[in-house]
Design a binder for this molecule. Structure first.
Ligand code: GMT
Length: 380
């Protein structure tokens, strides 16, 4: 098939899933066209089936805000028409689903029918989409999509309860490339960070409030009171300064390293003993899956889609949001030499369920179902 993919080309989970999906489809022989405002972070190699079209946003003195959605819709019209795409798959409702709707209507006037699939990733529904300034457009563009997927049952239910949705939503979970995300031998790195054999704890996120990075630091402080350990914080975002200040106040700066945005996060995960994800809300928790694939057990909250990924007592433990005491106690239990290797195996075993080779065929079947439906309704 010839497939167009629209996403945020950044380190965020939705962009990562969209890019990895496109790469996996291209490896299976589909022609995949990414249509984004810059080259997706993980699209950093050559494959004959991968194409990239940049959305150029022309600004003008009259525009206080550059009209990105219009530029995207126009680029979509051009790419779909000239590359003769069979399907458009947009990731993240705002503004991708509405730009896709506009492109679809424009193409209809030239007799071109393009089926559109929208994948909901989480914050487009749970945080931003519900806001009154976006809600009517989000509801409309989800309902106008030919197919809709969500990354967990929890997100599907959330979408039905917060929006007036008439479409059926297919759940297709996040996935992982186990060839890329696997424990690598990086002993020199571990020795450099933990010269005294300390346990290594990792958190990766975009440092937004919803990630509760403050809880990570407090849990780490509690762990440190019992055993020697180091903390690596990967990523960057609005909470970073606040977190640095907190580390100073708790006098743990020598034990905490801020690594910023990293492309090869699997290298850091390869030497980690524990991953902490204390999020307020998490529609799936791709970062936790990446950790598990690298044999790292996870301490997480029991919110959103996390119980659909985690197996309590096997891949790690889940606690209520904000229950720092419970998360600290569970972290110490996992880190004990008696239990650590069992949890590492448990994490990897669960990650295997989300192997890209298991999830990709679900997307391909769904693509076929939606394009066939669209062709049938055209023939009527
Ligand atoms: O986690 C983030 O803040 C990034 C966000 C995004 O929209 O890019 O990630 C969301 O999509 C991921 C991929 O489907 C999910 O694994 C994350 O759980 C989800 N984040 C939230 O729901 C907060």
């Amino acid at each position: 098939m010839k497939i167009g993919i629209v996403c945020y080309p950044t380190f965020g989970g939705s962009g990562v899933v969209a890019t990895e999906l496109g790469i996996a489809l291209a490896k299976k022989g589909h022609k995949v066209h990414f249509i984004t405002y810059s080259q997706p972070t993980r699209l950093d190699f050559f494959n004959e089936n991968l194409f990239y079209h940049e959305v150029e946003i022309r600004t003008y003195p009259l525009f206080q805000y550059p009209p990105y959605e219009l530029a995207l819709a126009s680029t979509l019209v051009n790419v779909i028409q000239y590359e003769q795409l069979d399907l458009l798959h947009v990731h993240y409702a705002i503004p991708h689903a509405s730009a896709a709707y506009m492109a679809k209507q424009i193409l209809k006037t030239s007799g071109i029918e393009i089926p559109v699939i929208t994948t909901l990733h989480g914050t487009d529904i749970t945080l931003v989409g519900k806001d009154a300034s976006y809600e009517p457009v989000v509801t409309f563009s989800i309902n106008q999509s030919d197919g809709v997927t969500a990354v967990s049952n929890d997100l599907k239910e959330d979408t039905y309860s917060h929006f007036d949705i008439t479409k059926s939503i297919e759940v297709i979970p996040n996935f992982i490339d186990l060839q890329k995300f696997k424990k690598q031998k990086k002993d020199h790195f571990k020795t450099a960070i933990c010269p005294e054999g300390e346990k290594l704890i990792v958190h990766t996120s975009n440092f937004r409030k919803v990630k509760r990075v403050e809880d990570v630091v407090k849990i780490f402080r509690n762990i440190r009171q019992k055993i020697s350990a180091k903390l690596l914080l990967v990523g960057d975002g609005p909470e970073r300064n606040h977190i640095e200040t907190l580390c100073r106040e708790l006098e743990i700066c020598n034990e905490v390293r801020f690594l910023g945005k990293l492309e090869a996060v699997e290298e850091v995960l390869s030497v980690a003993d524990l991953f902490i994800m204390p999020s307020e809300k998490e529609s799936f928790g791709l970062a936790a899956l990446e950790a598990m694939a690298c044999e790292v057990p996870v301490i997480s909250t029991n919110t959103g889609g996390l119980p659909e990924l985690m197996i309590d007592g096997k891949t790690g433990y889940m606690s209520d949001v904000g229950d720092i005491e419970s998360m600290s106690k569970n972290a110490l239990r996992i880190l004990s030499d008696e239990h650590l290797s069992t949890f590492k195996r448990g994490a990897l075993n669960r990650a295997r369920d989300f192997d890209v080779h298991n999830i990709l065929p679900i997307y391909e079947d769904y693509y076929r179902e939606i394009t066939e439906k669209s062709h049938k309704s055209m023939a009527r």
